[in-house]
Structures are given as C-alpha cells and as structure tokens.
Write a protein that binds this ligand. Structure first.
Ligand code: V47
Ligand code: SF4
Length: 356
C-alpha cells in the first residue's frame, strides 16, 4: 500500500486522488511523518516560522448560522458584541514598545447593518495609526458579503479594500468544499466554488491569501481529498496562496456537537496536506486549535509554521479550545527549538526578520 507510493513521494512526483485517499487510510503514521518532513525540508529547510501578530474580531454578530460555529450571535442576543474603530485601534497598541505587532489578523461575523464604509474606514485608521503593521483581513465569505452590501463586484470590492490598506487575506470560510457536507454544515454560507472564485479574483488583483480546511466533524476522507485537490488546482493557476492551515473541529457549544479530533488525525492531516499540496510553500500548525504540544509535534509531520502571538482568540475558545489564549515570543522560540527546528521570525509575506 503506502510503500507503493513512497518512491513517487520521495521523487517529488504529484499524487493522484487515489494516492491521497490511500495516505489518509494508512495508519503508518511514522512513514507519513518522514515523507512529509522531507517534503517540508525541501521547501523550507529547517526553518519553522512564527510571527508577532494579534487577532481582532470586530463583531460576532452574524447573519449566518453555521452549525459548527459557537462564536456567532444574532443582534441583541446575549454575548453579542461590536467594536468601534477606536476600540480596534486601541487593541493594536503594542504591549511593550520594543515589540510592535508585525501583522494584524481581522475576521468577524457578517453584520446585518454595518456599511461597506466601516471596513474601509477601519483599514485607513489602522494604516494611519500603525503604518508598519501588515493587515491580513476578511475571509472570502466576508468579501462576498461586502460585495453584496456595497453593490460592487468582487474585483472592485477587493481593489477598494486594497487601496485603503488590505495587504493579505486569511484562509477562513473554506470549511469543506464538497456540496453534500457543506449543505449540512453551513447551508447559508457561500458555496465552495464561490469561495474559490473570490480567492482567484483576489490573487488576480495581487492579494496573496491563505487557505484552510475544517476537518474532524461529519466529513469523510473523500471530501478532505477533494478539498485539497481543488486548492492544488487553483494554486496551479494563480500561485496566490501562501499557506494552508488544516483546522481541527472543536465541538463545544455547537449545533452539530460530536468530538474533538484525535491527535493522530491531526498529525496525519498535517502530513497528508504537506505531501498533496506540492505547490504550497507553507503548511501552518495553528497552535490555538491544535494545542501547543500537538502543534510542536506537527513540525515533524510537515508543518513549517506555528502562527504567532495571537493575544486574543474568540472563535476556537467559544467552541472549547484547550490551548491558552496567548503565547509569548520566547515560548514560541522555545517550542520550535525543542522540536529540533530553527525559529524563524517572519513578516506577513514570509520574509525572515530574524532567526534564533
Ligand atoms: O473559517 C469556526 C473555523 C475559521 C470552529 O489564514 C472552527 O492565517 C474549529 O480561518 N472548531 C477561522 N474551527 C480561523 C481561520 C484562521 C485561523 C488562524 C490563521 C488563519 C490564517 C486562519 O475557524 C473559520 C472556521 O473554519 N471555525 N468554528 C469550530 N467550532
Ligand atoms: Fe458567521 Fe463565520 Fe460563524 Fe458562519 S463561521 S456563523 S459565517 S461567524
């Protein structure tokens, strides 16, 4: 079984759908780790990247009701919040003057009444107050929503945001592209095809983005593989994706419930992603969702990035995250070193600022 594809993996040959399914079915976790590590090392040598960043969610009020989401609220519901632009700016003040944020990651709910101008003004205000912070903001789902509220096309929406300071886009909202599962998970959300289209247009106007996959809920191996192959196809055409981030489903306070993903599945999904997505430069082991310990081990299963300082995280924590909320730069360096990798502090575009 897996050994029949081993030579092809090691030769860097592209895997087929059938190969990818076989890798997911295999329990030979050690071989998967070895193959994925070799693939990661070819692309990034022994570097494991991290960034000094902060997450901000401007609102959790959302017109959608995704069944895996414990973060969103309706307007007026208990726990609903909305940040003003001043509050967003306040959150970006560096905790210590010697360590300003390199990047801010901004995602939120689809607010029923905020006008497009709120988002434009937020970007302008951030750039005015903190010109050196890169802004990674708004999922493809939010961009599609903004295009609907502004009456602009996707391309015009993206260009308007870029002019005000949008540098990159995060990879959220991808969930699982396959229709049957997506209809059950998030019937109101844009389709997988639409998500891919928005990303294609973003890449076309020079906005680099990430991509994600939410796994460990009701999907099967076939849907995971289908998801990865769709991303690989688009990346072949645009080369606009920077990193892929597999996101393990968290079940607390959600409509679909169920279980946390297992550690073995987390490592396997990281490794198979690294091997199948041969045209992605980076695979991120997001410590907030994997937990600090599993994300560290994932650095030996094909991941080359562990994300960053984050500071405040609401999406996973609403759904029962077991990791802490923040992490210091020194702790990130410690985790990476103890994994036998080289801690590489990066900017938003994966330029290395300093190695430790
Ligand atoms: O799109 C929602 C997911 C995503 C749950 O691009 C859940 O650098 C697990 O996309 N259990 C947002 N996941 C997070 C995200 C992300 C995170 C870090 C870095 C980047 C990046 C992107 O969180 C959503 C959704 O797929 N999510 N609910 C849940 N219960
Ligand atoms: Fe809204 Fe996003 Fe939660 Fe879906 S996942 S309900 S779109 S905040």
């Amino acid at each position: 079984m897996m050994y029949q594809i081993k030579d092809r993996i090691l030769a860097g040959e592209r895997l087929t759908e059938k190969d990818a399914i076989e890798l997911f079915r295999s329990d030979d976790i050690f071989s998967l780790g070895r193959f994925a590590s070799a693939a990661a090392e070819k692309k990034n040598s022994k570097n494991a990247y991290f960034i000094i960043n902060r997450h901000i969610n401007p609102t959790n009020i959302c017109v959608n009701k995704c069944k895996f989401c414990a973060f969103s609220r309706s307007k007026g519901e208990d726990g609903a919040f909305e940040l003003t632009i001043d509050e967003v700016i306040e959150k970006l003040q560096p905790p210590t003057p010697s360590q300003p944020y390199t990047e801010v990651h901004i995602v939120g709910g689809l607010h029923p009444d905020w006008p497009f101008e709120y988002y434009l003004d937020m970007l302008s205000a951030i750039k005015r107050s903190f010109p050196s912070i890169s802004i990674k903001a708004f999922t493809a789902v939010e961009i599609d929503y903004m295009s609907r509220i502004s009456g602009l096309g996707i391309e015009e929406t993206l260009i308007a945001l870029k002019e005000k300071g949008l540098d990159l886009m995060p990879g959220g909202g991808a969930e699982i592209f396959a229709e049957g599962v997506r209809d059950k998970l998030c019937p109101e959300k844009i389709t997988g095809e639409r998500w891919l289209k928005v990303m294609e247009i973003a890449h076309g106007v020079g906005i680099r983005t990430n991509a994600t996959m939410l796994y460990g809920h009701i999907e099967g191996i076939r849907e995971r593989v289908n998801h990865l192959l769709k991303l690989r196809d688009l990346q072949d055409r645009t080369e606009g994706f920077q990193a892929f981030i597999p996101l393990p489903y968290h079940p607390k306070n959600t409509e679909i419930g169920g279980f946390y993903s297992s550690g073995i599945d987390d490592l396997k999904t990281t490794a198979v992603s690294r091997i199948v997505l041969d045209n992605f430069d980076h695979i991120k082991a997001y410590w907030v969702m994997l937990g600090k310990k599993v994300s560290q081990v994932a650095l030996s299963f094909g991941a080359d990035d562990i994300d960053g300082t984050i500071v405040e995280e609401k999406i996973t924590h609403s759904a029962g995250a077991m990791s802490g909320e923040g992490i210091t730069k020194n702790e990130l360096i410690h985790i990476i070193k103890k994994a036998g990798m080289i801690p590489a502090e990066r900017d938003a575009f994966y330029n290395i600022i300093r190695r430790y």
